[in-house]
Design a protein around this ligand. Structure first.
Ligand code: HDE
Length: 712
């Protein structure tokens, strides 16, 4: 029988390489001595030991109705392997989703870093990125209100560089010794094991309200940053100050930022709650669909570069991970771009087993004394050892460098790379094996360090409120409303009154109006005194517009999704013109119909739908259109899901385009009397052009005050 081609034609990824090797072994012996293929031409099913199997449907028993036999090595091996399929999930960032891509360097940066990745313009470096939520377990939903991890592994020619960041540029704590505490407090409470994947509970707000250094982060997590519309529309941050070091061992401080090419976008909280029910894998599906359809997400890597002089004169300590350097004070400089263009072949092998470690830096990149970064450099290796089960996790294709590497590490569980020969040490007299290179090798920046051994927080870390206020006043009015609503929601789930009050006492140090609004909405009987502050005076910093999502939103609808609700009799031409206009914007159209089998349009042709109405609620789309017909609308107005489709789109401030025949549905949804500049009649191509032009704004924020949410 002829050799069957490999089922995986791609040979580019590390995981695919594994499959190839496996295939070769399987086919070894082809030529008569082994029957490798079953009668139907498929590979023959074998045990892990390679024994061909005749029956994989029934266990071995005594008679058809008798007891099972221990002879059944096939069953025992199969069930044993299944029983051991799980590895421990990550203690934080358990739920994640990854993709492969490349990083392209814009220009040589040899004056500031000797990192090989930044030496040649146009150079492409392979990368793997894993996005994640923090608090929920592996099976939790995507739109939890939570920080998102943004971890990037760059397989450079001088070793892997892991930039393990978040979508928020600051953190809760200043010292790594508090990390277990903040994580314990945020995750499910230990006695009852709930709530899952959310911070709206007593223990989280108890810890936070007792930890004033977290107040800046609290403003960020209560903003819409924690409910991103897509991984593709969020920023990433290295958080800490790092160092670039050039060939002369000169150091420049650097902060890393990833800026999404398609602009920032988040969803509304009410939307997030509904998306989690309608599609718990919303972010996964979004990344999968965009990459599989060739719309590759892209970010620019930008840096803020500064020297010791800047650090000495800046208002805050550049080692404090609860502070940012506003872009208006120190502009960001784009130095390259990241493109994600390939999904993993196997989720477990790649996304689950990828091991990010902050200590993975190539020559030319180094650490600062940010205490949190130093604590992380210890933690990540330790956690991988536990999670992946032994020291050889670097042998896994997703973790192995893609440059040559040589050392004398050997043995251990599951060792896949086994050195040959006699000499496994150095120096040796046999002239064998790799040697260190003082010129090429990693040299730690020789910073001058001295001082007494102490457990002490620097005084320069003591201002916990100035930047929290700066973040708040940099937001647009709708974003400020959302922060107030988020705080109110979260604190309303806190049962212990004193914790609610303590949080209000901190808010008073950030913004009095915010504190009063939240207190009123919670129904607090009296205002507490402002919290005692380590630094008695808060600085009134200038607003930084770069901190607002709305200010950093897209100008176009590109990369977004329009949901069109259609019925029988829909104007075929209108549908065609609208679809073409959206696709021209490089956006996606999905059709929602009373039945997923589709509808018959005005030209008598059947058009298949992507969703039935229940399965395609408007929360899944960035904007909606109602293309109905006088006969089609009659059934729709009586469907609760159709009314919700419209009412939700309206209350989530989305643009709604509609054919005039949809008027009864607008009326039933309770929005007919509130039509505004975001509800656009679509007759004719002109109406469509006007609608599509508006879509780039994404939301009709002017509508928000008129809906209930706006009374914040
Ligand atoms: Fe992490 N963090 N972290 N973290 N972190 C982990 O490592 C830790 C921190 C971040 O997709 C763990 O492999 C300590 C800041 C991301 O696989 C663990 C401290 C930032 C991911 C760990 C921090 C992050 C992790 C758990 C305080 C943003 C997911 C599983 C000193 C800059 C990476 C693992 C992935 C994962 C420790 C704080 C980002 C336990 C001790 C600040 C994106 O090692």
């Amino acid at each position: 029988m002829a050799r069957k081609p490999s089922t995986n034609p791609k040979k580019t990824s590390a995981a695919s390489d594994m499959v190839t090797i496996h295939d070769q072994q399987l086919h070894r012996g082809e030529g008569g001595e082994l029957h490798q293929f079953a009668e139907d031409g498929h590979d023959t099913l074998t045990t892990a030991q390679g024994a061909p199997l005749a029956d994989d449907q029934n266990t071995l028993r005594v008679g058809a109705r008798g007891p099972a036999l221990i002879d059944d090595f096939h069953f025992r091996e199969k069930i044993f392997h299944f029983d051991h399929e799980r590895i421990p999930e990550r203690v934080v960032h358990a739920r994640g989703y990854g993709a492969h891509g490349f990083f392209e360097t814009y220009e040589p940066l040899s004056d500031i870093t000797r990192a090989d990745i930044f030496q040649r313009a146009g150079e492409k470096t392979p990368v793997f990125v894993r996005f994640s939520t923090v608090a929920g377990n592996k099976g939790s939903f995507d739109l939890a209100r939570d920080v998102r991890g943004f971890a990037v592994k760059l397989y450079t020619k001088e070793g892997n560089w892991d930039l393990v960041g978040n979508n928020i540029p600051v953190f809760f704590i200043q010292d790594p010794i508090k990390f277990p505490d903040v994580v314990h407090a945020a995750k499910q409470e230990p006695d009852r094991a709930f709530p899952q994947a959310q911070t709206a509970h007593d223990t989280f707000w108890d810890f936070i309200s007792l930890t004033p250094e977290s107040m800046h982060m609290v403003m960020w997590i209560m903003s819409d940053r924690t409910i991103p519309r897509s991984f593709r529309f969020m920023e990433g941050f290295g958080v800490h100050t790092f160092r670039f070091v050039n060939a002369d061992d000169k150091s420049t401080f650097v902060k890393f930022h990833w800026k999404p090419k398609l602009g920032l976008q988040s969803v509304a909280w009410n939307e997030a709650v509904k998306i989690n029910g309608a599609d718990p894998d919303y972010h996964r599906r979004d990344l999968w669909q965009s990459i599989q359809s060739g719309n590759f997400p892209e970010w620019e890597l930008c840096v803020q570069l500064f020297d010791q002089d800047f650090a000495d004169n800046f208002d805050f300590d550049i080692l404090d991970p609860t502070k940012i350097i506003p872009e208006e004070i120190l502009p960001v400089r784009p130095i390259g771009r990241l493109v994600l263009d390939r999904m993993p072949d196997n989720f477990f092998a790649e996304t689950e087993q990828v091991a990010f470690m902050t200590q993975n830096v190539p020559p030319g990149i180094d650490f600062s004394n940010d205490p949190l970064l130093q604590g992380r450099n210890f933690s990540y290796l330790d956690t991988q050892l536990k999670r992946l089960g032994g020291p050889n996790f670097t042998h896994l294709p997703i973790n192995a460098p893609k440059c040559p590497f040589h050392n004398f590490q050997q043995d251990g569980h599951m060792a896949m790379r086994n050195p040959v020969g006699r000499v496994n040490y150095q120096p040796n007299s046999f002239g064998e094996g790799p040697r260190e290179s003082p010129t090429r090798g990693f040299r730690h920046f020789p910073s001058d360090e001295q001082g007494p051994k102490v457990r002490l927080r620097p005084e320069s870390f003591a201002d916990h409120y100035s930047q929290a206020r700066q973040f708040y006043i940099s937001q647009t009015p709708p974003e400020q409303r959302h922060i107030a609503m988020a705080l109110t929601f979260e604190l309303s789930k806190v049962e212990t009154l004193v914790i609610r009050e303590r949080m209000i006492s901190h808010l008073l140090n950030i913004d009095e109006t915010l504190a009063t609004t939240v207190a009123q909405k919670l129904g607090l009987q009296s205002m507490p005194a402002p919290a005692d502050a380590a630094m008695p005076t808060r600085q009134d910093l200038e607003p930084s517009p770069a901190l607002s999502i709305v200010e950093r939103g897209p100008k176009r609808f590109e990369g977004r999704k329009l949901g069109i609700l259609v019925t029988d009799g829909v104007d075929a031409k209108l549908l065609k013109v609208l679809t073409a206009a959206i696709e021209k914007e490089k956006a996606v159209v999905e059709l929602i119909a009373p039945k997923v089998g589709g509808i018959v349009a005005s030209d008598g042709k059947r058009i298949v739908a992507h969703h039935m109405i229940d399965g395609g609620p408007s929360v899944l789309f960035d904007a909606v259109a109602l293309l109905t017909s006088p006969e089609g609308i009659e059934d729709l107005v009586n469907e609760a899901a159709a009314r919700d489709f419209v009412a939700d789109a309206f209350q989530h401030c989305k643009f709604i385009g509609y054919d005039r025949s949809a008027a009864p549905l607008l009326a039933k949804a309770g929005v007919a009397d509130a039509l505004d500049e975001g509800t656009i009649a679509l007759p004719g191509e002109e109406g469509i052009a006007a609608f599509v032009a508006e879509l780039g704004k994404l939301r009709v924020w002017a509508r928000e005050p008129s809906i209930k949410l706006g009374k914040a």
